[in-house]
Design a protein. Structure first.
Length: 203
């Protein structure tokens, strides 16, 4: 895909003060940082069931979307935004947390399954396909023991990053922002090579 095809960046998460800065909301955290660095603010849009923000110059404008439908119905907002702005699936990039990746690992993909993630399940359902771009952002599992992992999944994803995790998290967010800029200037191949091989420097 060419870098100019990306028109909207979608961060997944849950609305509400109780979910701010939780692991499940890492997609929101990235977009909020991008908006802040571009001196832009999100506004609620009832038409697309989410908060929307515009960055960039006229002619090269990009949109940031944070669905406010709650994670399990994220696809409703994304489908509404896609239809409202007249976008194709190639023009979307979804930023989503992933327990199967350790914190500090990133995976940029142009398609794939849900991996059991309810947000991705909802998007696949509403778009009618799993062929859409996504950046999986590792948050690590609550346990490497299957039984414990299942028991602790909800508390883990809805929990906040620990003080030990914060330096890695901050490094990851900055890397994602660099990667998104690279996507737009140098294209998919160079950006994916960088992001997929990223290792956080926390020394």
């Amino acid at each position: 895909m060419s870098s100019d095809e990306l028109k909207i960046f979608i961060g997944l998460g849950n609305p509400g003060d109780e979910y701010i800065k939780t692991r499940h909301n890492i997609g929101f955290m990235v977009l909020e940082k991008i908006a802040s660095q571009n001196n832009s603010e999100f506004r609620q849009s009832k038409k697309i069931f989410g908060k929307i923000c515009e960055i960039g110059l006229t002619g090269n404008k990009k949109r940031l979307l944070m669905p406010t439908t709650f994670m399990n119905d994220s696809g409703k907002s994304i489908r509404a935004a896609k239809d409202w702005f007249g976008l194709t699936n190639n023009e979307l990039l979804v930023l989503v947390d992933d327990m199967d990746l350790p914190l500090g690992k990133l995976r940029l993909r142009s398609k794939g399954g849900s991996g059991g993630h309810n947000g991705l399940k909802s998007i696949i359902k509403h778009l009618g396909t799993s062929d859409f771009n996504r950046l999986r952002i590792g948050i690590g599992p609550p346990s490497n023991i299957t039984k414990e992992r299942k028991m602790k999944t909800i508390s883990h994803v809805l929990g906040k990053f620990s003080s030990e995790e914060r330096p890695i998290l901050n490094s990851v967010i900055q890397e994602i922002i660099i990667g998104i800029e690279l996507l737009q200037t140098n294209g998919w191949e160079k950006a994916s090579t960088r992001l997929n091989s990223y290792k956080p420097d926390i020394s």
